[in-house]
Design a protein around this ligand. Structure first.
Ligand SMILES: Cc1cc2nc3c(=O)[nH]c(=O)nc-3n(C[C@H](O)[C@H](O)[C@H](O)COP(=O)(O)OP(=O)(O)OC[C@H]3O[C@@H](n4cnc5c(N)ncnc54)[C@H](O)[C@@H]3O)c2cc1C
Length: 416
């Protein structure tokens, strides 16, 4: 077993949470090692960013690199049901900060961010998989490379940014049952060949299935005429059309008139892939010598594209505390990390729950929406889910359910 040099911070995983954690640590003068089990660039799902990410990227010194890469510009979201659609413009938001962002091929985006962290002095090792940890005294992390050579790493603090790899939740038995039912996503990339002049490439399009409002579709345009397309539904629903993933995906796409029309000339770029049961939760987000970031902590649902924003926000909150702790301060991780992070996660939870219940869809499609209400919703849809000034932040579910009941009972005009 090799023994690596000691570091201040050891980061597990080089996705967005890991790359930003590394940069935030370096900007406080801490030594950082990132261990990533895959070779980059590598495919990842999660391609539609929210504007709130841009503020976090700016704080990590990475926003210029992202702006200059040539990713597809994004300024809002379009929600489509049957012949109707509502467009949310991020510029209408109430919270200060960026009102644009990008749709990104994650292979490029994640590679860019970790290279930026490296430029800031983070030590990054690919093809090093974490296999064991020991937090009984000084944190120790054990990795293995592709030749099965083992290395022991000693650090003053460990952050788990391993995403769906869920390294510390597995090794330390931190997993808790998710609040959400098991759903699945089928997806691929296409050369989209969309010729409809009314189609707005600057927005993600979220389409709702005409008969089953719990089923929805994403159309995420990339630059260079490509797009990511996918459908999310219960496992049973997605399996109605047999075993062949490509056939099932296109059968589903053809059931939503807007997707069918827009993608009539699309050319598929790789066989459809499927992910199921991705919702995840933990008993606690921290412990002696470690914190869980991004998807290694909680993952709700992809419908509002909140995953990368939550991953980056968790890195920002945690690394400030790590810096202070390593400088000798005693930190109350519950009060200063878990609670503030959960404010935004619970905000999105309320949106996700009421989306699948149907109430949020009714509110979004109600015929009259006062500009103030729409602006507050836009703020959350733009990722500003930690803005406590916004009444639709925090326990948003209660508020959205009340609004939905009023819309259903009275018709919109009477409600507002
Ligand atoms: C169907 C679907 C659609 C989605 N769409 C969106 C979207 O449009 N927008 C959005 O913001 N989010 C979306 N998400 C969520 C998004 O994919 C994640 O929230 C985001 O990637 C989390 O970032 P992360 O840095 O926490 O983890 P990841 O990006 O998963 O990075 C974790 C890294 O850790 C590495 N790793 C894992 N195990 C180990 C180990 N043992 N040792 C070393 N390294 C390890 C992995 O190889 C990986 O590179 C979607 C999710 C799903 C399931």
């Amino acid at each position: 077993m090799n023994l690596a040099d000691d570091v201040d911070v050891l980061v597990i995983g080089a996705g967005p949470a890991g790359a930003l954690a590394a940069a935030y640590a370096r900007r406080q003068g801490l030594s950082v090692r990132v261990l990533e089990r895959q070779q980059f660039p590598r495919f990842s799902i999660g391609e539609s960013l929210l504007p709130a990410c841009m503020n976090l990227l700016a704080e990590a010194g990475m926003v210029e690199a992202v702006e200059q890469f040539g990713f597809q510009y994004k300024n809002g979201a379009q929600i489509a049901r049957g012949e109707r659609h509502v467009d949310f413009e991020f510029a209408d938001k109430t919270t200060d900060g960026y009102s644009h962002t990008f749709e990104v091929t994650r292979a490029d985006f994640d590679q860019l961010l970790i290279r930026e962290a490296e430029k800031q002095g983070a030590e990054v090792h690919f093809l090093e998989e974490i296999t064991a940890v020991d937090f009984s005294a000084q944190p120790r992390v054990f990795s293995q490379d592709v030749q099965r050579r083992k290395t022991e790493h000693r650090a003053r603090f460990v952050v788990d940014a391993s995403g769906f790899g869920r390294v510390l939740p597995r090794l330390l038995d931190l997993d808790a049952p998710s609040d959400f039912p098991v759903r699945a996503a089928l997806f691929t990339h296409v050369e989209d060949h969309i010729s409809d002049p009314a189609y707005d490439r600057n927005k993600i399009r979220v389409g709702i299935h005409p008969q089953n409002r719990q089923v929805w579709y994403w159309l995420i345009p990339f630059s260079h005429g490509r797009a990511s397309i996918g459908v999310v539904a219960s496992d049973e629903f997605l399996r109605l059309n047999g075993a062949d993933a490509d056939k099932r995906l296109w059968e589903m796409i053809n059931q939503e008139p807007g997707m069918k029309r827009l993608l009539g000339d699309a050319r598929q770029l790789f066989p459809a892939r499927e992910i199921r049961g991705y919702a995840a939760k933990v008993h606690r987000l921290h412990g002696k010598g470690f914190a869980l970031l991004g998807n290694a902590g909680e993952f709700l649902d992809p419908v509002f594209s909140s995953g990368v924003t939550i991953a980056m926000k968790s890195a920002q909150l945690a690394m400030k505390l790590v810096g202070r702790q390593l400088a000798g301060e005693t930190i109350d991780w519950d009060a200063e990390y878990a609670k503030p992070l959960m404010l935004g996660i619970d905000t999105f939870r309320g949106y996700v729950e009421t989306w699948y219940e149907g109430g949020l869809q009714d509110v979004m499609f109600s015929s009259v929406q006062p500009p103030r209400l729409r602006a507050m919703m836009c703020s959350v849809l733009a990722g500003y889910a930690w803005d406590a000034q916004n009444p639709y932040v925090g326990h948003s579910g209660r508020r959205l359910r009340t609004l939905a009941q009023l819309v259903r009972a009275n018709g919109t005009a009477a409600v507002f």
